[in-house]
Design a protein around this ligand. Sequence first.
Ligand SMILES: NC(=O)NCCC(=O)O
Ligand SMILES: [Zn+2]
Length: 435
Amino acid sequence: MPGGIDPHTHLEMDFMETATIDDFFTGQAAALAGGTTMHIDFVIPINGDLSAGFESYVSKAKKSVMDYGFHMAITKWDEAVSKDMEVMVKEHGINSFKFFMAYKGALMINDELLLHGLERCKSLGALAMVHAENGDAVAEGQKRMIDLGITGPEGHALSRPPILEAEATARAIRLAGFVNTPLYVVHVMSIDAMEEIAKAKKSGQRVIGEPVVSGLVLDDSWLWHPDFTTAAKYVMSPPIRKAGHGEVLKAALSAGILQLVGTDHCTFNSTQKALGFDDFRKIPNGVNGIEERMHLIWDTMVETGLISVTDYVRITSTECARIFNIYPQKGAILEGSDADLIILNPNASFRVTSASHHSRSDTNVYEGRTGKGKVEVTISRGRVVWEDDTLKVTPGLGRYIKMKPFSYLFDGIEKADAAYLASLSAPVQRSRASS
Ligand SMILES: NC(=O)NCCC(=O)O
Ligand SMILES: [Zn+2]
């Protein structure tokens, strides 16, 4: 089947401790072990400077062993950012930008900036992506927990409930509807947010919802674990939700209400997570998943009969290639496509442990999990890159994949704009003469 494409990763974070180029390479070995042949990583611009952020990532990725593309985050707004977005799209092959509606005082943007960003994305044919949580309310929720003396990891879940994810999801959807541009909601973690997406899609709006594997197969009970290291490793945002959310999100995926599965792979080791021992607000956010995604989705969705093998390929590979406009180069087995393939043995079992995984992190949120369906061979552009639990590739083989703007999601947008303008019945001609 086609190799997996992970639409949403922060791979360099796997190795933040040393942050060397070699570490970036090692992180990608984990991806290949998990049958992911391409990932799209987030570039957070340095002080809002897109070009500087891009250059720094390009140099880190020189030893990449797998194909990769970039999204860029927009964290401030001025003429330089607007111009840089154009340069990124037209010269560097970036066709999506992420806006953080949370992380107040750091990455968070307000509605005015989001509107500017949505307009700019539309004019460039770039896909706007949102991290949807109400950051102001999250800050209040956090204060509420601290005032109540709740300082541990459980305070993370309690301070940012599903209602705050649903509110921001609904707001982003409405603003994208007002601008008439497609919207991609990353890491949909709750039934509440999914329902906002379902409602918008039912009314014909172009909204893509991406659940991540952690949100599909885990629940928040871990955040109440008495051992801090165990509890802290599950801290990510939006939080992993109560039991039940994952099952509904999986059903929404199988019904096409949500379209594709990401990981938001962003790991921190236990020393880094311990920064928040006395205050959950200081625990770095993020969990692993790039090595486990293909296995866990097979086990919990195909092996259980929830989806077909064809749907599995669609939600782990093809949809991503279509949405980010790299189909059929990626996401397909066709003449002329890159021969990115995996051999997944449905009868083989897997067992996840931090002792044997390929990430440099000392923890794994899927620790001890077993299941059916194991990727045995990963092939990238016709070359075997992973077999017999061994990396078969030299650094630098991975290629940067430029992604063109104006994917299928933009088809006909201009017609809807024209219809909207024609419907305005204005301006009304008035004279100043009194009657
Ligand atoms: N999701 C998360 O907790 N960490 C990665 C940063 C982000 O995407 O919000
Ligand atoms: Zn995010």
